[in-house]
Design a protein around this ligand. Structure first.
Ligand code: FMN
Length: 191
């Protein structure tokens, strides 16, 4: 069990080269159910359940990422969001709900300053678990942070209190991940 988990953790990699399709046998519903389960079971401070996510695909994915491209002035800076618009099948937008964070701050004033960071920690856990799970389904993905641009371009139905944390862009992988270098970084035991 543990070996499988560790293999999956190591197999999650950044893959920028994506095709605008899902791998054979994978459905969007499966992606949705996977992310839904992860949002449900990722722990949150005081079980506040601060995480939110939506999946963009099709015309909405294209429209949002096109607006991100147009919001960036530098030609070089447009390249990554343009590749997401044109090559990714979809993007999972992760949020933390400021309403939940503000309620926690009111209920537990002694911890008030920590709650935004706790929300980010939990969102990060949901992001990386989702990234790992999509890899096990055979998808490729990469994580982006065009947060303000994305927020400005999202459908109106998304509550204003949902604070954009990250975008996990996904599709069928076109290439294997490159070699990765590791530092010498042992976890020591002190007893
Ligand atoms: C918290 C976090 C933020 C990241 N932000 C970005 C980002 O904004 N853009 C990007 O292209 N990659 C981003 N990455 C991807 C990292 O660059 C990548 O995970 C790292 O180089 C290790 O490579 P690997 O994902 O293949 O293991 C981020 C990764 C993490 C964990």
């Amino acid at each position: 069990m543990s070996a499988t988990l560790l293999k999956n953790v190591a197999s999650r990699r950044t893959i920028y080269a994506l095709k605008n399709e899902l791998p054979a046998g994978v459905t969007l519903k499966e992606v949705q159910e996977t992310v839904q389960a992860i949002i449900k079971d990722t722990p949150t401070a005081f079980n506040s359940q601060v995480n939110r996510a939506v999946i963009l695909t099709g015309a909405t994915h294209k429209k949002v990422w096109d607006q991100v491209v147009k919001s960036i002035d530098a030609e070089d800076g447009k390249k990554r969001p343009a590749s997401v618009r044109d090559e990714a099948y979809g993007s999972i937008i992760f949020f933390t709900d400021d309403k939940v964070t503000e309620k926690l701050q009111g209920d537990f004033p002694a911890w008030a300053a920590a709650f935004p960071q706790f929300a980010d920690h939990s969102s990060g856990a949901a992001q990386i678990t989702s990234w790992t799970a999509l890899e096990t389904l055979g998808l490729g993905g990469h994580l982006q942070h065009y947060n303000g641009y994305v927020k400005a371009a999202l459908p109106d139905k998304i509550p204003a209190s949902w604070n954009v944390a990250a975008q996990l862009c996904f599709g069928a992988p076109v290439e294997k991940p490159g070699a990765k270098e590791y530092i010498d970084n042992p976890v020591q035991i002190f007893d």
